[in-house]
Write a protein that binds this ligand. Structure first.
Ligand code: NAD
Length: 543
């Protein structure tokens, strides 16, 4: 029973630890990394109240030290998808009937556990399992993750407050119901926070969830599951399973109680999902919610008035942090002819100072890409470029997978603005630049807008305010997150709601109210206090 209207004010963003030399956090994370490496894991699936182990053990290795064994996880099969759905549906009525404040406190407690007791575990497993350097792991697995959990509680409180007006003699009210059925959360490898948010946002709204992360994120996903259990999440509300994507889709998308999918990953996978949902539409009890944040081909458009150092910094940080494996990573840049030589010179010189190697050595800015498949795909683009006389590799271009999946930060200069690395998502440390006639800004804007099917992030670097205004207007649909004089990455919850349209997704802005609405289904209730008892309206009398 709720006997009060409780308050969940706007939180502040979780402060970022800096891990400077001699800082307590640096000592703590180094110790945690060592202890994680000394303690091999055997990770189960979590279905209802059970920890499910199978005979199919899959090895977990750091991408930068591929022969080191962190442990194993148990892969599931079709029957585990059925079991996870059944466990979710069994937990549904008690979960949605729990007062929402009690649901909220579970996730607020989880946020505090991540901020304190489990901070170095979630950061450490993200470094080891996904190959992020300490700062990239901190801003993802600690700060963004904690922010998602806390801000969503505030946003949901604001949504619940939204109520209709009522005429005299009656009351109108809206109930923000969870969806009827289960929600499927399918998450990518690149952000620990995204995996957690995809399942937690829907669950906070009272939904029950089947969560399948990318196999290369299971090491850190497992920590979040432990945190949720410790925070008091009832069994069956979030069921974490590791099965092949198509097997998952086959079972979930043909289930009568499938109520929605919360997806982040590549555009092709999302399109496949949407298609199977369409093909199965007659099977469902209710129209499912389809929410997906997908690929990007994010641009940096530099104007002739730009500050060269601002442009170079935006390119280096935007394109190469976490090896370019952010959906928001800068991967195509348009350099004005008047500044091109200066920008290229500084870019190449600064890239030469960047160290690549294990994230356990904090002086490495660049680490390994996630796995062999990604390595082969990215290096394939570089090889093709090397063999094409119309393009030039002006920085990097080398790669080596003998110890880990290392690819040098690579800059390709293309003379054709539609060269394949200007158009396709590569998802690695490869930036393609194109030099345009500095006087042809307007034509170049059209090029930026029409070059790729995506519209996730983009940046305009300019000091001329007319240029900023002009490009901002013309590129209205080219990016869901537009940055002016900054890199196109690094969205912060509560500050830059994140997501894109066109081929980049449904733009339901993770970590915002817009997203939470998708996991709610409103019911309007009208109650009349003194009901009318005669069907006749006054107009029915002639005189
Ligand atoms: P991916 O599409 O390969 O995998 C995403 C998830 O889908 C994984 O859990 C995977 O196992 C699952 N999957 C694959 N095939 C499936 C199928 N047929 N049915 C059901 N599930 C299936 O993506 P990834 O390599 O893990 O992540 C990189 C991609 O994610 C990039 O395209 C990137 O742009 C995108 N991404 C987008 C955002 C955003 O906010 N727009 C954020 C992060 C990543």
């Amino acid at each position: 029973m709720t006997i009060g209207t409780f308050s969940y004010p706007m939180p502040v963003n979780e402060p970022t630890f800096q891990y400077a030399p001699n800082s307590p956090e640096k000592a703590a994370i180094k110790k945690t990394l060592q202890s994680l490496k000394n303690t091999p894991v055997d990770i189960p699936m979590y279905i209802g109240g059970e920890q499910v182990f199978t005979d199919k053990k899959i090895a977990i290795n750091p991408p930068y030290e591929k022969d080191f064994l962190l442990g194993h996880f148990s892969e599931g099969e079709e029957k585990h998808v059925h079991q996870a759905i059944e466990a979710a549906l069994a937990a549904k009525s008690s979960w949605e009937e729990m007062s929402w404040e009690n649901r909220a406190h579970i996730f607020l407690k989880a946020a505090d556990l991540l901020a304190t007791k489990y901070r170095y575990h979630i950061v450490g497993t993200t470094m080891l399992g996904q190959g992020k350097n300490v700062y990239q792991a901190e801003i993802d697995a600690a700060c963004e993750f904690i922010d998602f959990l806390r801000f969503n509680v505030h946003y949901l409180a604001e949504i619940y407050k939204q109520q209709p007006i009522s005429s005299p003699g009656m009351n109108n009210r809206v109930e923000w119901r969870p969806l009827e059925g289960f929600v499927l959360a399918v998450s990518p490898f690149n952000f620990t926070a995204i995996g957690g948010n995809l399942c937690a946002s829907a669950a906070l709204c009272g939904n029950v969830v089947v969560w399948k992360p990318a196999y290369t994120q299971i090491y850190s996903a497992n920590i979040f599951m432990q945190v949720l259990k410790e925070a008091g999440l009832p069994d069956g509300v979030i069921n974490l399973i590791y099965v092949d994507g198509p097997v998952l889709g086959k079972v979930c998308f043909s289930h009568r109680d499938f109520a929605g999918v919360h997806f982040t990953g590549s555009t092709n996978v999302f399109n496949t999902m949407w298609k199977s949902i369409g093909e199965n539409i007659n099977k469902y009890r209710t129209y499912p919610r389809i929410v997906g944040e997908t690929g990007g081909k994010d641009f940096v458009l530099i104007h002739k008035s730009a500050d060269v150092d601002v442009a170079v910094t935006a390119l280096i940080r935007g394109a190469f942090e976490f090896q370019g494996q952010k959906c928001s990573a800068a991967s195509r840049a348009y350099l004005p002819s008047n500044l091109a030589e200066a920008i290229k010179e500084k870019l190449v010189a600064q890239l030469a100072t960047i160290k690549m190697g294990t994230p356990e050595d904090f002086s490495n800015f660049v680490n390994a890409v996630i796995d062999e498949r990604a390595f082969d795909k990215i290096s394939g683009y570089i090889e093709t470029a090397k063999n094409n006389p119309t393009v030039k590799i002006i920085a990097g271009g080398n790669y080596d997978k003998s110890i880990g999946y290392f690819i040098e930060p690579t800059v390709i200069e293309a003379s054709d603005p539609k060269y394949k690395t200007m158009c396709e998502e590569i998802f690695g440390p490869v930036l393609t630049i194109y030099v345009y006639d500095a006087e042809a800004f307007e034509e170049t804007i059209s090029l930026v807008d029409s070059t790729s099917p995506y519209a996730l992030t983009g940046a305009i670097i300019a000091q001329d305010r007319f240029a900023v205004e002009f490009a901002t207007n013309k590129l209205r649909n080219a990016a869901g997150n537009l940055y002016i004089n900054d890199k196109p990455t690094g969205a912060v919850v509560g500050q830059q709601p994140f997501g894109g349209a066109r081929g980049s997704g449904t733009n339901d802005k993770a970590g915002s109210m817009i997203n939470l609405y998708r996991w709610l289904s409103a019911r309007t209730i009208k109650e009349v206090y003194v009901p009318v008892t005669d069907y006749k309206y006054p107009f029915l009398q002639e005189s």
